[in-house]
Design a protein around this ligand. Structure first.
Ligand code: DGL
Length: 288
């Protein structure tokens, strides 16, 4: 099974994209709804929670861990890689690669939780990428993530790139309350985008599980800015990661199954799960 975890139900945006990309692969999801949000917690606590979440998924038979949560991907991915002996994929790397490929003027914006923004991870990944991508990178170069190797060659004469990050924490509860097209949400989106627009970004990474739900609202406020959806870029990367590794692929069960677990099952969790996945799903509560 492919194991996916998030601080809550936001990671279902990632599950949806994985199901679109790899419909036959079984997915087991854990949403830590009892301890959400992670985005305002310390890196130490997020690491501890992330390890517990991943271990839960491994107990359920996961052979690969996907961190759907941007905050946990930002601060805990390396830690999980050290602690676990299965592959661990996060949402940051694929999103930065996609943004790097999409930008024309080299100015990339990110919105995310405080934990994500304070981690400085997007800037770090971009810097590492610029240092490690060789000038002559071709379609078979393995230092380049799998989904970037598909098709065209890496751009070599790119402008100097920079990433500016903006914390947008209030959008999470608004999305969970279903306030997608409300004036309050539009006003906040405009406010959060303002400093990024002043920096003349031409590409924006929606660096939080909940923000893809607001894509239309964000697009209306920033029609000329290209939006990068980490749920989609992660799913594309995951597909090629699996297809590149035959043994791993063989170990993943393929019965179209989706198992959803949360640490606190409320009515709202059920409603959001059904709404975001676009069908009736069964969510189970687990006791730690
Ligand atoms: N899932 C979190 C993220 O993507 C958002 C909610 C939270 O703060 O836990 O960063």
């Amino acid at each position: 099974m492919i194991g996916v975890f998030d601080s809550g139900i936001g990671g279902l945006t990632v599950v949806k994209e994985i199901r679109n990309m790899l419909p036959e692969y079984d997915v087991v999801y854990f949403g830590d709804t009892a301890r959400v949000p992670y985005g305002n917690k310390s890196p130490e606590l997020i690491k501890k929670y992330a390890l517990e979440d991943a271990r839960f998924l491994l107990d359920k038979g996961a052979k690969l861990i996907v961190i759907a949560c941007n905050s946990a991907s930002a601060v805990a991915r390396e830690y999980l890689r050290e602690q676990l002996d299965v592959p661990v994929l996060g949402v940051i790397g694929p999103a930065v690669h996609a943004a790097k490929a999409a930008t024309i003027n080299g100015r990339i914006g990110v919105i995310g939780t405080r934990a994500t923004v304070n981690s400085g991870i997007y800037q770090l990944v971009l810097k590492n990428l610029e240092q490690t991508v060789p000038q002559s990178t071709g379609s078979s170069d393995r230092s380049v993530p799998a989904f970037m190797r598909k098709g065209k060659r890496i751009q070599t004469s790119t402008p100097v790139m920079s990433i500016v990050a903006q914390a947008a924490p209030l959008l999470v509860p608004l999305v969970e309350e279903g306030y997608i097209h409300k004036p309050e949400t539009k006003q906040l989106v405009r406010r959060y985008l303002q400093p990024l627009k002043q920096q003349q970004i031409d590409t924006l990474i929606l660096g939080c599980t909940h923000y893809p739900i607001l894509k239309e609202v964000i697009r209306a406020k920033a029609p000329k800015i290209k939006l990068i959806d980490p749920a989609q870029t992660l799913a594309a990367e995951l597909e090629l990661f699996i297809k590149d590794r035959r043994e791993l692929d063989r170990s993943l069960s393929k019965r179209h199954e989706l198992r959803l677990y949360v640490s606190d099952l409320t009515l709202q969790v059920n409603e959001i799960a059904n709404l975001w996945l676009g069908k009736h799903v069964n969510v189970e509560e687990v006791q730690w």
